[in-house]
Design a protein around this ligand. Structure first.
Ligand code: BES
Ligand code: ZN
Ligand code: ZN
Length: 481
């Protein structure tokens, strides 16, 4: 989408549709000269009010306050109105909007208007908005950054919404490579032979039942003068389809959602796209292990003991706890980058959905003197972006649930505290000889990555791109530190 700015008088903006955002006490006659107060009463309504003034088509959207989240939702209403009217050009106007508010409008408009049409045939495809104009001055930079963040979230949504057979690990890696070339990122892909050479036992075990080889995608943004001495590493789970393996999932409300099991990987790839497009002065590395999880003839079985890349042995008691197997190897690779921080993002546990639902993700972090400040920083980023997260404890005793009779640890911790024991499993691989190799933050986005049969303001059903804007916010704040 083309996004432009103007400070011409509202009524002179040339667009198929002009969306006006009105605060509760707004005098329309003052702020939008030529528009009658009478229409203001209509702003109480949930749907935009449409009318003509001087031959210009207008939509009035009421807002209860100036919070970013309110503005994103309001702009999304403008986007769906524009689609219904088949408007190719749209202008948005909120009187006296600053850069932050304008950015929220851009994000809400792009995210709210998102459609996934790759598999729709015929010529009754809905038209989409080509040009978006924002009214105001001193907003150019914020508008451009917001466009990039929102389009990067849409990039992640596209990946999640793609049919599994069109995003095999190798195909996913090709899409990552293409994106990397477009925005100027370094990209390296480890193929199966390399993954074997690296002794990535977790990734290889999960891949054993598959027809398609695994891939390990590495992206790097290394600007000339980064503000950080050591990189930030982002790790994303990309199980391109999770059948559960031999511990097979039921179809309804379970396996039927599992094309989204690469939502963490998609979020990491989306965030890297934005980091590079905005050329953040920050050294960032992404590690994305990709495979599907299937009950093939050679599939790993409950009872198998797997030697992981780190050397730790894992007794697999449920093949459906596969995400932690592939992330463990990636977290081990992360050590080699000596990161100042590693963040993992994954649709990891059904327990996260049960605990927090589909609008809030879980955040967990290794325990040290800085745990609380990391949780605060991430939670604040969640509040700013509307990608809400809530912390869960990482107390030492949870690790006891992973004790194995046979191997060093087992891959499941029982019914209780499933999101925490999954994180406790991962924590083993963030350590070297019992010492933390790096500070680590883990996001379990199982509930928030994908919406089925339901929507949220500016999130249509399907992939949400959850995590892209959250990670970007964290990284942008790191630059400002
Ligand atoms: N991909 C699932 C987690 C998931 C569940 C994501 C619902 C999105 C929505 C994961 O691989 C899984 O199956 N986890 C198991 C772990 C269990 C066997 C310990 C789960 O949560 O049931
Ligand atoms: Zn699973
Ligand atoms: Zn999974």
């Amino acid at each position: 989408m083309n996004v432009a700015t103007t400070n011409a008088p509202f009524k002179e903006i040339d667009a198929d549709l002009l969306v006006l955002f009105a605060r509760p006490e707004t005098s329309l006659a003052d702020t939008f000269p030529g528009i009658e107060q009478a229409e203001a009463d209509a702003t109480e309504s949930d749907t935009p009010v449409l009318f003509y003034a001087d031959g210009q088509r207008l939509a009035l959207v009421g807002i209860k306050d100036d919070e970013a989240e309110t503005l994103r939702a309001a702009a999304a209403k403008g986007a769906s109105t524009a689609q219904k009217l088949k408007a190719a050009s749209v202008a948005l106007a909120l009187p006296d909007a600053g850069p932050e508010q304008t950015a929220a409008l851009v994000e809400g408009f792009i995210l709210g208007g998102y459609q996934f049409l790759d598999y729709k045939t015929g010529d009754n495809q809905p038209t989409s908005v080509e040009t978006l104009t924002l009214h105001g001055s001193g907003i150019d930079e914020a508008v451009e950054a917001a466009r990039i963040r929102a389009e990067s979230a849409c990039f992640a949504r596209d990946l999640v919404n793609t049919s599994p057979h069109d995003k095999t690990p190798v195909l996913l890696a090709e899409r990552a490579k293409k994106m990397a070339t477009e925005v100027g990122l370094e990209c390296e892909v480890w193929n199966k032979a390399r993954v074997e050479k690296e002794r990535m036992g977790g990734l290889l075990a999960v891949n054993r039942g598959s027809q398609d080889p695994p891939a390990f995608i590495i992206l790097e943004h290394k600007p000339e003068h980064p503000v950080n001495e050591r990189p930030i590493v982002l790790v994303g789970k990309a199980v391109v389809f999770d059948t559960g393996g031999l511990s097979l999932k039921p179809t309804k409300n379970s396996m039927d959602k599992m094309k989204a099991d690469m939502g963490g990987g998609a979020a990491v790839l989306g965030a890297m796209r934005a980091v590079a497009a905005l050329d953040l002065p920050l050294h960032v590395v992404a590690l994305v292990p990709a495979t599907d999880n299937r009950p093939g003839e050679k599939a790993y079985v409950p009872g198998d003991v797997v030697t992981m890349r780190s050397g730790l042995t894992v007794e697999v008691l449920n093949t459906d706890a596969e995400g932690r197997m592939i992330l463990a190897d990636a977290l081990d690779v992360a050590k080699e980058h000596s990161p100042e921080l590693t963040v993992s993002v994954a649709t990891l546990t059904g327990a996260a959905v049960v605990a927090l639902g589909t609008r809030v993700a879980a955040v967990l972090t290794s325990e040290d003197d800085d745990s609380l400040s990391r949780l605060d920083a991430f939670t604040a980023a969640g509040d700013r972006t509307g990608e809400w997260i809530a912390p869960l404890p990482m107390r030492a005793h949870y690790a006891e649930q992973l004790k194995s009779d046979t191997a060093d640890i087992k891959n499941v911790g029982g019914r209780e505290a499933g999101t925490i024991t999954a994180a406790k499993f991962l924590e083993h691989f963030t350590r070297d000889d019992g010492e933390a190799a790096y500070p680590w933050v883990h996001l379990d986005i199982a509930g928030t990555a994908f919406l089925q049969g339901t929507t949220q303001p500016y999130r249509p059903s399907g992939g949400t791109g959850f995590g892209v804007r959250l990670l970007m916010d964290v990284l942008e704040h790191r630059v400002m530190e």
